[in-house]
Design a protein around this ligand. Structure first.
Ligand code: FAD
Length: 408
């Protein structure tokens, strides 16, 4: 067995890539300490499901509503996820809104190509399934914890610290499954003075890791502002009766309505959740509005402005009512508990990080996630592939001898 099969690995982020990495590492025989650190309330990341303690029937996919597999070979983890009943094929009717209001039933957008799947009972079941495959009890998972600082110990091990400077963990390998700790957007979004990973490696001479950080710094992201609605009674029936459950907008329709997609999600108790995804242009114009329901906003103490939020909700509601007026008239969103969910970094834009830079053995740093170049870039398919590739590289290193870089 290669030495790394028993080394401790800390994975920042319990989205699809972080959970898939845990699953694949265990499947390939990694027996060392494996920890997951996630700022959100549970696993899922951009493929999570909004649930409510007070409303047990509510399950609303406020990020990715589906995943699509477009290429062979499919990720190794797909089959066990299906076999375990964590995900299921999705065959709902799709449509494209073209121009002002012409509906082309059956025409998907790029996210609807290939084989479509969804989490059974909510997209968060995808990550729950991955953690189950990892052997949930063998993974040391921490939720609601933001890793704020990174340091190297004198012996070259990685130290993870929280916002108060408290040591969370010391580990052999550091894996970033999200870009926050390595990308300059953290300065803007989090108001951090420095990029944490950049700061941690200052003074070292790992040119590969420096190259990786420079490349990550060049990645740009599209934002989304999503309007979340839950209809009940006759309004829910009207939504459930529509001849489509996923509507994409073509370029002209996006420009006209400021919307990109509408995902209709019937709930088990007869209600119907609807999520309207804004265009990136709309989201960029309203980036300061995070949504009062946002757990991250609460945790990070980001400023909330109910007045601004109401204005954005009204604008998206108006667009939704008007563009769907030919199919569902008299839409009253005020009865549907409207909420906002802002995704500041919803989709990375190409080029991403080349797979050759996704593992930096000299410093013992790995990267996975949908920002890594390759099949499925910017989507769940890419997040799964990137994690599987990284797990294989971590356990079967093709470098002759690994050294911990001495600190200068
Ligand atoms: C609105 C929307 C719609 C989408 N629709 C689709 C679709 O239809 N099909 C599709 O395939 N894909 C879709 N996507 C993209 C898909 O959601 C992503 O490709 C995928 O979920 C990325 O997974 P990931 O693990 O790479 O990243 P993430 O899900 O972003 O996971 C990274 C995790 O790391 C955590 N984290 C980061 N930094 C820290 C830190 N310092 N401390 C603690 N935790 C940290 C974050 O909270 C996050 O949970 C959509 C995305 C959005 C936002």
């Amino acid at each position: 067995m290669p030495r790394s099969s028993s080394e401790a690995i800390a994975v920042i982020g319990a989205g699809v890539a972080g959970c898939a990495l845990a699953a694949q590492l265990r499947r390939l025989g990694h027996g060392g300490v494996l920890s997951l650190w996630e700022t959100g309330r549970g696993p899922g990341g951009r493929a999570s499901t909004r649930r409510s303690r007070r409303d047990g029937q509510l399950a609303l996919d406020h990020g990715a509503p589906l995943m699509n597999i477009t290429a062979e070979p499919a990720p190794d983890l797909l089959e066990p996820l299906l076999a375990g009943g964590w995900i299921e094929p999705w065959t709902g009717p799709v449509a494209m809104l073209e121009g002002e209001s012409r509906l082309n039933i059956g025409r998907p957008d790029a996210l609807g190509l290939g084989r479509l799947y969804r989490g059974r009972g909510g997209m968060d079941q995808l990550c729950q399934g991955l953690l189950h495959l990892a052997g949930a009890s063998t993974v040391d998972a921490h939720y609601g914890v933001l890793v704020r600082h990174l340091e190297r110990s004198a012996s070259g091990r990685w130290r993870l610290l929280d916002a108060g400077g408290q040591l969370l963990e010391e580990t052999d390998w550091l894996v970033l499954s999200g870009t926050l700790l390595a990308h300059p957007r953290s300065r803007l979004v989090m108001d951090w003075p420095e990029v944490p990973l950049e700061r941690a490696i200052r003074g070292g001479d790992d040119l590969q890791l420096e190259h990786a950080l420079t490349t990550i710094a060049g990645i740009r992201f599209e934002a989304r502002t999503n309007l979340l609605l839950v209809f009940s009674g006759a309004a829910a029936e009207a939504w459930r009766g529509l001849p489509f459950t996923l509507v994409a907008f073509d370029a002209a329709a996006q420009q006209r309505w400021g919307l990109r997609r509408i995902s209709i999600q019937p709930l088990a108790d007869g209600r119907c959740a609807v999520v309207a995804h804004s265009t990136h242009v709309f989201a960029a114009d309203h980036l300061d509005v995070v949504g009062t329901g946002s757990a991250a906003a609460r945790q990070l103490g980001l400023p909330l402005d109910q007045g601004r939020e109401d204005t954005v909700i009204a604008a998206l509601s108006e667009a939704l009512s008007q563009c769907l007026a030919p199919w569902i008239g008299g839409l009253d969103t005020s009865q549907a508990n409207p909420r906002l969910m802002r995704w500041a970094a919803a989709f990375p834009l190409a080029p991403g990080l080349p797979p050759s830079l996704a593992i930096c053995p000299w410093s013992r740093v790995g990267f996975c996630g949908d920002s890594i170049d390759g099949v499925g870039f910017g989507r769940i398919e890419g997040a799964l592939h990137s994690a599987e590739r990284l797990a294989a590289s971590l356990l079967t290193p093709d470098y002759p001898e690994r050294h911990v870089q001495p600190l200068r």
